[in-house]
Design a protein around this ligand. Structure first.
Ligand code: SF4
Length: 353
């Protein structure tokens, strides 16, 4: 047995030793964690009574239909929309950005805001549809601070992870014993951002990296906390995460954005969970620049249960459309579109109960 396999076996044995006999539910909020869990078959390595659940860890999935409708409205009103590839096929209320592009509107896929800025040399008006958690927001903040072309603005759809984690604690039917926190978000916000969970809710938190051994180690730390009846914030990803986070990134976020109550697809409004461009930079805010007119929107389409998947109250295989009417080629809900969506990941790696 190689050393990694030996270590994995050792972690698994220790988890088995410490895991309560009546079971333990660990909840993570990260599509990359779910990918690693399925890719490496971690659910088959750990004892069956340790259940791994996924919450709202996919920025594409949680973007409300209304904000996709806003981007489509702009495209239909002769503004060039630039956004990440995964956003193109996510359904808005009636259609997707991809549908708008099929009708001849100028919707472009980019990999970064810098690429979107270059498009401003070619067209009259460009809006960058900027989504993502704390990991992607700093690059948009940096672009704003560096100054943007006059014909360029941002439709912001950033969401913050700790408020969503807190919201899960207050949603009826969401049942778990501790958090596995996302390593990449934690590099920006630091472990201190999770103190509220141990201090206010008595909920253990362990920050984890993304390798199979990272996740197993984090699960062991979480199991040990539950076994010892303690709740603290533990850093199991010390090679990348510290207590304070990334001060430069946090400073840029603070300069450019203010925190607002924001809607999450299928979940509703979560206090303090979104970012809006501050007044001093409002010339770069597409919602200020354009009179976007969206009246009603619909997040969840008939038969889709993404609202339950995103709140860890259901698994992809609970959905009657999974891998039948709903596939990555013909997605019915956002969780099947994005590579970070739980339905997409389960489809790709053959996830089962
Ligand atoms: Fe929605 Fe498709 Fe997932 Fe079902 S399988 S919850 S329809 S995205």
């Amino acid at each position: 047995m190689d050393s990694k396999k030996e270590l994995a076996k050792s972690f698994s044995n220790k988890i088995d030793d410490k895991c309560p006999k009546d079971g333990l539910k660990a909840l993570h909020v990260c599509g990359t964690h779910e990918q690693s869990i399925l890719k490496h078959g971690l659910r088959s390595i750990i004892p069956g009574r340790l259940e791994l659940k996924m919450g709202p860890g996919c920025p594409v999935c949680v973007t409300p239909a209304k904000e996709i409708d806003e981007a489509i409205w702009l495209a239909e009103n002769d503004v060039t929309i630039a956004t990440f590839g995964d956003m193109l096929r996510v359904p808005g209320t009636d259609k997707s950005l991809f549908d708008a592009r099929s009708k001849g509107h100028d919707v472009r896929m980019v990999y970064s805001i810098e690429e979107a800025i270059k498009i401003s040399n070619e067209v009259d008006e460009v809006v960058f549809f900027g989504i993502g958690f704390e990991t992607t927001a700093p690059s948009n903040a940096a672009a704003v601070l560096n100054g943007l072309p006059n014909n360029f603005s941002i439709l912001t759809s950033h969401r913050l992870i700790p408020p969503a984690m807190e919201a899960l604690l207050n949603i009826e039917g969401v049942d778990f014993d501790g958090f596995i926190a996302p390593g990449h978000v934690s590099t920006i916000i630091g472990t201190k951002s999770y103190n509220v969970f141990s201090q206010k809710y008595g909920m253990p938190v362990v920050v984890s990296g993304f390798e199979a051994l990272d996740i197993l180690y984090a699960l062991l730390k979480l199991t040990e906390q539950v076994d010892a009846n303690t709740s603290k914030v533990e850093n199991a990803y010390e090679r990348a995460v510290n207590e304070e986070g990334n001060p430069k990134a946090l400073e840029m976020l603070d300069k450019v954005f203010k925190t607002i109550d924001a809607d999450w697809r299928g979940i509703g409004t979560i206090p303090g969970s979104g970012l809006e461009i501050k007044d001093e930079y409002s010339r770069y805010d597409a919602r200020v620049k354009y009179d976007i007119d969206i009246e009603d929107s619909r997040d969840i389409h008939p038969g889709c249960m993404c609202h339950l998947i995103l709140t860890a109250r259901g698994k992809p295989t609970d959905c009657s459309l999974f891998a039948k009417e709903c596939t990555p080629q013909d997605p019915r809900g956002p969780c099947m579109v994005s590579r970070e969506g739980e339905c997409n990941i389960w489809y790709k790696y053959g996830g089962k109960d």
